[in-house]
Design a binder for this molecule. Structure first.
Ligand code: DAT
Ligand code: MG
Length: 151
């Protein structure tokens, strides 16, 4: 299997709304493997680093205020195609346009409170994992489910 890793975060709205288990469960049931997880309140400066690609956008300041407004669940998920498929599980950026069955489609209503972040490609996945985690926070282990998920 061609294993990849992606960075997934439950934003403060998802945490406050009690959706941690629901969201973790969707990745877990799919067959992806959790290799890192922690709860953290990012500083405004850290949020600005995370969203640096969007610094010219009019919503950048509000977005960074929001991400740093409370606890975030930071995670790394591993699996074949997890970067692209993780985005599919999450749904479109604007929950009004997310399909039912996706995390944002089922659980969020407006773009400014869309409950979850996921890396959008291999380069950002690598950068975001390095920003949020130290190498020794990533756990390497064999999941017993692996041979049943991948055959
Ligand atoms: P995504 O989170 O789907 O990767 P993005 O990287 O384009 O989307 O934007 C990051 C976040 O910024 C997004 O999850 C919510 C917020 N955002 C995006 N577009 C917005 C807009 N037009 N108004 C307000 N917030 C927006
Ligand atoms: Mg993005």
């Amino acid at each position: 299997a061609e294993m990849e890793r992606t960075f997934i975060a439950i934003k403060p709205d998802g945490v406050q709304r009690g959706l941690i288990a629901e969201i973790v469960s969707r990745f877990e049931r799919k067959g992806f493997k959790l290799v890192a997880i922690k709860i953290v309140v990012p500083s405004k400066g850290f949020a600005e680093k995370h969203y640096h690609d969007l610094k010219e956008r009019p919503f950048f300041n509000g977005l960074c205020d929001f991400l740093s407004s409370g606890p975030v669940i930071a995670m790394v998920w591993e699996g074949e195609g997890v970067i692209k498929y993780g985005r599919k599980l999450i749904g479109a950026t604007d929950p009004q346009k997310s399909e039912p069955g996706t995390i944002r489609g089922d659980l969020a209503v407006v773009v400014g409170r869309n409950i979850i972040h996921g890396s959008d490609g291999p380069e950002t996945a690598k950068d975001e994992i390095n920003l949020w985690f130290k190498p020794d926070e990533l756990v390497t282990y064999t999941s017993n489910a692996e041979k049943w998920v991948y055959g």
